[in-house]
Design a protein around this ligand. Sequence first.
Ligand code: EPU
Length: 341
Amino acid sequence: MKIQENFSLRPYNSFGIDARARYFASFQSVDQLESLQWEMQHHALKDQQYMVLGGGSNILLTGDFNGWVFRNEIEGIEELHEDAEYVYVKAGAGVNWHAFVQYCISKNWGGLENLSLIPGNVGASPMQNIGAYGVELDDVFWDLEAYHWQDKKVHTFTRQDCEFGYRESVFKKRFKGQFVILNVTFQLRKHPVFHTSYGAIQQELEKLGVKELSIQAISQAVINIRSSKLPDPKKIGNAGSFFKNPTIPVEKYHELKELFPEIVGYHLPGDEVKLAAGWLIEQCGWKGYRKGDAGCHSQQALVLVNHGNATGKEILDLSQEIVESVEFKFGVELEKEVNII
Ligand code: EPU
């Protein structure tokens, strides 16, 4: 548990932003986390801010962090128990998400296959209720343990406690900054139920010539789709979707549909429509745009990218221009999905 000073966070954020932390340390257990907290609180400069970093795949660092950055590296995958239908599997918050998905697929445990290749670590998955291709974390989540920064105790959160929504949980709202997720337990299926309603999955399965569905085949289809559309953060810095898909009332959708017949929207229960933000951004002419090293991805306009040496501020400024142009053209406000730090 070495505490390092003036530490570059570039390898630890998928945008590849070269921002520095005044102090940086990793922890592999809750005891180590508590020791680091003690160090921080007994340090001469004790009033400094702190941040807990997971895989760093959903943050934009807009400057140096004048405080303490603690990186969650709690490892371990454990099969807790099983019943006739399910197996309950606990994974440390620091386990790489896709490695965990692959491990479960190799064991023939179903539920995570549609969530293949999402960057980041297990600990961040409930934080923003990750989702892709018709499945959300919410569907496979059982419970989690989290350390409370003030009372210094470990609390258990059930699914209800997490208050999951679209890219939302209690940890982004009411309890923001209060808990450190230590591990997550998943309820996975021994007899998988396949989710292939997302159009792109069906097309890809056909392309692959899959005759008999399996979690392996779905995972491969998702991997192929993601690889073709989304930039690999190892090659081009990014944090996946930068914005959420906005929800608007159905009346507003009909008005927009009159003006823009091609608009992409999905009806939700309760007279609301979710719009494809990628489409709105593309229509404003941003897709493939580049200013310096900050840009909008050429295959998926919802993803902002760092072509090399962009600063977080440059990416944030670009995001602001995008928000303004979408608001101007469509009267729709885009909300950021990425955490700005
Ligand atoms: N579209 C465009 N232009 C674009 C991008 C998209 O017209 O540049 C249109 C597509 O043609 C399609 C629709 O928008 O009709 C939806 O596109 P896509 O299937 O790529 O999904 P998305 O709604 O843009 C969401 C998630 C992704 C997730 C995919 C697949 C959000 C904010 N994003 O994107 O999640 O992989 O669905 O389920 O909900 C992430 O959160 O980081 C992420 C990548």
